[in-house]
Design a protein around this ligand. Structure first.
Ligand SMILES: O=C(CO)[C@H](O)[C@H](O)COP(=O)(O)O
Length: 232
């Protein structure tokens, strides 16, 4: 069911895509539906170019015929469309469950607008049930870990930190050759303060908190598709 909702959300978001647009193209299982449907539209004559937010997405775009560009060639994009792990009423997001948060944030920030695509389960009142991904430099990991423990404890972390691993037990390494530490908060009461404090730690490359970036969320569920906008 949730796959159907993800596909419905992706299809509805494509209504915002016009001919000639430069797109940021997200990563994750919802974004897979987006890329597949976009590929069908391109085959039917839609002219767009896209910047993929991961190597995975780049490979899928190539497979389904979505033309790609880079932020070097095309530094300003019209629209980024991407999934999320959690969406709060102010349209602050937790992202990075798929490990691509840094490229996703760079691409979203280079876009005039960002639309989030998700099934209803991603919409929450308060962020934090989903562990917050934090992308860190491998260099100095021990020191970064201690600093993260201190900051996260100050902001009420309930569940502790975990270095993300692959199924084979090796460390997960991002497309940018960094590690990811997942912080299990349970509930984040000061989202903006936490983001600022985490970003002040030198070994932190980026956080999975997307604040003030997304302008709309296209959410699909049992009741159909709804378009959400940030609550003031
Ligand atoms: O941030 C992401 C990848 O880094 C994804 O957008 C996020 O994890 C949602 O993924 P899915 O669509 O598979 O639920």
């Amino acid at each position: 069911m949730s796959e159907e909702f993800k596909r419905e959300a992706a299809a509805a978001a494509l209504e915002f895509v016009n001919d000639g647009m430069k797109l940021g193209i997200g990563t994750g299982s919802t974004a897979v539906h987006l890329v597949e449907l976009l590929g069908q539209k391109v085959a039917a004559g839609l002219t767009v170019v896209g910047v993929p937010t991961s190597e995975r997405t780049a490979r899928l775009c190539e497979k389904v015929g979505v033309p790609l560009t880079t932020l070097e060639e095309t530094p300003q994009l019209d629209l980024a469309i991407d999934g999320a792990d959690e969406i709060d009423p102010q349209m602050r997001l937790i992202k990075g469950g798929g490990g691509s948060l840094l490229r996703e944030k760079i691409v979203a920030a280079a876009s005039k607008n960002m639309i989030v695509i998700a099934d209803q389960s991603k919409v929450v009142e308060t962020l934090g049930a989903f562990p917050l991904p934090i992308e860190v430099m491998p260099f100095g990991l021990g020191a970064t870990w201690v600093a993260l423990e201190n900051v996260c404890a100050r902001f009420g972390m309930q569940g502790g930190l975990a270095l993300r691993k692959k199924a084979d037990g090796e460390n997960f390494v991002t497309d940018g050759q960094h590690f990811i530490i997942d912080a299990s908060f349970g509930r984040i009461s000061d989202v903006d303060g936490l983001d600022m404090a985490l970003r002040a730690i030198p070994g932190v490359v980026e956080t999975g908190l997307f604040i003030g970036i997304a302008s709309k969320a296209v959410v699909a569920g049992k009741e159909g598709v709804v378009i959400l906008e940030p609550r003031a």
